[in-house]
Ligand binder design. Structure first.
Ligand SMILES: Cc1cc2nc3c(=O)[nH]c(=O)nc-3n(C[C@H](O)[C@H](O)[C@H](O)COP(=O)(O)O)c2cc1C
Length: 437
């Protein structure tokens, strides 16, 4: 299949605007400017493009929620936070093709009638923030940004805003708070950002990869885009594969290939002498899959039907050398550290899950621990928290408990032979009804 989003990889001087223009770059935006904003929204709806940031929400439909009659400014935000463990695709696009991202931002901004766009980029991405700043400078000098773009009467400025490296600031409402200069605490929805967003104005937040699809949709047409992949799961997708495969990396494939095709195809299979044990299909927040589920299609709907999610497309592959209880403990440490602390079920639940899993790994597991973990996870998911970080920590952990009970049993059975005097003191033990063993 011909590369779409990664077509610039390996092209000399691919980041320069001249190289981009020579490859037909910025012509999608030129085409958008010749259409009405509503026609651009319609074209995007017809392409069936769905957001690549995690939730897979239809992009054109999200834009259509922005009130048309809003009198003041409205904003477009490009989400380049890319903090989901196992996800490293957005930086790959920016590395080789920053103008493709800017052009996508320009098309989306025009569609929602915004004259100001922000790129919210993770604080550690110093290099990619600088590449974007350079590209913005070039685009300004050549008249693709700024006042009266190419004589169209449309004005657009793009600002790069570096975050401070918090996972939660990838969540769109925490991101909006952060841009406003506040602590990254998610907001309760509704109202949705499309109605009340940054600075209280209508705002659309879209992921880098989502926006990078737009120049191609405009130049090649919605029908072309919709012909790739499967109905309602259209276009190409960047799968970032890490873990125990022979060739980890970012691969662009038509949406809907199976996980087996990804792992055994471009990734070259599992490393020598080992077999596949499990994989996270869409970053570490997605419920884990067993090796027997490797023939599930890597698209939004097939993953949902299989009880997991495509998420960010970060495929983390684990072979038979991995201890799944240790994996769960590792995840719990990450989420306990990254929980913003606003909601009790997420703040306390992620800490308790981490402590229990650490205790099991240390050889002090108790028979009731798996059930206690499931209860903690239940209390932190299913809408019990302001933002989905509660689900992000609890769904993968509960899926590991449910899908690999024998590994918990093995640890806990071995625990009975370990001297109990080493038991760490848990602050909640015995004092919180329902959570003690
Ligand atoms: C805890 C958490 C972290 C998130 N991190 C990111 C991120 O790093 N990048 C991203 O694009 N979306 C992230 N999202 C999803 C965003 O909230 C939002 O849905 C997305 O940027 C919308 O873009 P899309 O419609 O193009 O998918 C995160 C969501 C949650 C709950």
């Amino acid at each position: 299949m011909e590369s779409v989003l990664l077509r610039a990889r390996g092209v000399p001087n691919s980041r320069s605007i001249d190289t981009y223009l020579a490859a037909g770059g910025w012509s999608g935006f030129a085409k958008a400017l010749s259409m009405t904003p509503d026609a651009v929204v319609q074209e995007t709806i017809e392409s069936e493009l769905r957001g690549r940031g995690g939730a897979g929400f239809p992009t054109g439909r999200k834009w259509s929620f922005v009130p048309k009659d809003h009198p003041g400014p409205r904003y477009l935000i490009c989400n380049a936070d890319e903090s989901e463990p196992g996800t490293f695709k957005d930086r790959e696009i920016i590395e080789h093709d920053p103008h493709m991202v800017l052009e996508g931002i320009a098309i989306a901004s025009y569609a929602i009638r915004s004259n100001t766009a922000y790129i919210y980029i993770r604080g550690e991405f110093v290099r990619w923030a600088a590449l974007l700043e350079d590209a913005i400078g070039e685009a300004h000098r050549q008249g693709w940004l700024g006042r009266n773009v190419k004589g169209s009467g449309y004005d657009l400025d793009i600002w790069v805003h570096r975050g401070a490296g918090a996972y939660i600031c990838g969540e769109e409402t925490a991101l909006i708070e952060s841009i406003e200069g506040k602590r990254g605490f998610p907001r309760l929805k509704p109202p949705f950002p499309a109605v009340v967003g940054v600075f209280g104005k209508p705002t659309v937040v879209n992921n880098v990869e989502t926006l990078a699809c737009l120049p191609h949709i405009l130049t090649k047409g919605a029908k072309w885009f919709a012909s790739i992949g499967r109905p309602k799961n259209t276009g190409t997708k960047l799968y970032c594969v890490s873990g125990h495969v022979k060739r980890p990396g970012v691969y662009e494939l038509p949406m809907g290939v199976t996980f087996r095709e990804i792992i055994e195809g471009p990734c070259g299979g599992i490393r020598e002498g080992h077999t596949l044990k499990a994989f996270f299909p869409g970053g570490s927040s997605a419920p884990v899959m067993r090796a027997s589920e490797v023939d599930v299609r890597a698209d939004f709907d097939a993953c949902a039907e299989a009880g997991t999610m495509l998420g960010s497309g970060g495929v983390i592959v684990l072979d038979d050398s991995v201890d799944m209880v240790e994996t769960a403990a590792n995840l719990a440490h990450f989420y306990a550290h990254e929980s913003c602390g606003q909601c009790t079920p997420c703040r306390e639940g992620s800490d308790w899950a981490r402590d229990i899993l650490d205790r099991i790994v240390a050889g002090h597991g108790r028979p009731a621990d798996p059930e206690t973990l499931l209860r903690i996870c239940r209390f932190a998911s299913q809408g019990m928290t302001i933002c989905p970080l509660g689900d992000a920590f609890s769904l993968p952990i509960s899926s590991i408990v449910k899908k690999f009970p024998e590994e918990f049993e093995r640890h806990i059975r071995a625990a009975s032979t370990v001297p109990q005097k080493k038991l760490p003191v848990l602050p909640w033990a015995g004092s919180r009804p329902g959570f003690g063993s």
